[in-house]
Design a protein around this ligand. Structure first.
Ligand code: BGC
Length: 268
């Protein structure tokens, strides 16, 4: 088996200075891709991740952009394209939560979550697609002209009280991804999502950091363990490779069975 199936490809991972994005950036580097580590707020951590990715013999660089801001996204893509000439893989990962009971949810919390989790995916995918369409397929690089992978969530399909803004954004990612897949298919751009379950990262620290919280979280995961960023990184690296060339317009759940209605294992 080819351990560097992405050799020679150039990837951009949004929100790559922590959590799942960091795991994805590292996995793409290990699979042979050069990687842009996008960050919104932690330049020194992003710089350290870049140095570590480079030890696999690939190129890497950190680029700042708040993905909800059009001008910042455009500047980031210009910087990447002028340095490397092309983008082969976009991983739309940047995402955040601003949780509140619905009647207390502020417009700012709503807009912040929709802005990063959904508008950010639009702005980055548009910039990437323009460049992928311009270049077209280069068979020596990949069977596709480009790959766009959205990091969704089990909350694309599992409703989530107290997190209405977040669940609405991920539900939106579902139709965003599929409609885009339909539109970009004639250009040979593959568009898919990976939908993680509970992955141990800063976004959900409260759900795993105490033994009681962890016990109640594990009741929602039939496979009996919390996921790691590396679990998601490996799935993304494979989905971006030509081994997954016929997968298009799909959401793949990587969740230890969280979407299997675990309450029904002993009920119903
Ligand atoms: C959320 C996490 C949560 C997980 C499973 C993710 O999309 O960001 O906070 O633990 O879904 O519920």
């Amino acid at each position: 088996m080819d351990h560097q199936p992405l050799r020679g490809q150039r990837a951009l991972v949004t929100g790559a200075s922590s959590g799942i994005g960091e795991g994805v950036a590292r996995a793409l580097g290990a699979a042979g891709a050069s990687v842009v580590v996008n960050f919104a707020s932690k330049p020194d951590i992003a710089a350290k991740i870049v140095e570590e990715i480079k030890t696999s013999g690939v190129d890497a660089m950190a680029l700042h952009a708040d993905v909800s801001k059009e001008a910042e996204v455009e500047a980031m893509f210009s910087a990447m394209l002028s340095a490397w000439g092309q983008i082969d893989i976009l991983v739309n990962n940047a995402g955040l939560q601003r949780d509140a009971p619905f009647v207390e949810l502020t417009l700012e919390q709503w807009n912040t979550v929709l802005g990063v989790n959904l508008t950010g995916m639009f702005l980055c995918a548009r910039a990437a697609a323009r460049s992928m369409i311009r270049r077209g397929v280069r068979p020596e690089i990949s069977r596709a002209a480009g790959k766009i992978i959205c990091i969704s969530s089990v909350h694309e399909v599992i409703p989530w009280a107290g997190h209405v803004n977040y669940a609405a954004s991920k539900g939106g990612v579902g139709m965003f991804m599929k409609s885009l897949a339909q539109e970009l298919a004639p250009h040979r751009i593959r568009v898919n999502s990976i939908a993680p379950g509970a992955i141990m990262t800063p976004i959900n620290r409260a759900a795993w950091e105490t033994p009681e919280a962890l016990r109640s979280l594990l009741r929602l995961i039939p496979y009996g363990r919390v996921g790691t960023p590396a679990d998601i990184g490996r799935a993304v690296a494979w989905l971006a490779s030509d081994d997954a060339d016929y997968i298009h317009g799909q959401t793949i759940y990587v969740d230890g069975g969280m979407t299997l209605y675990p309450e029904f294992a002993k009920g119903g």
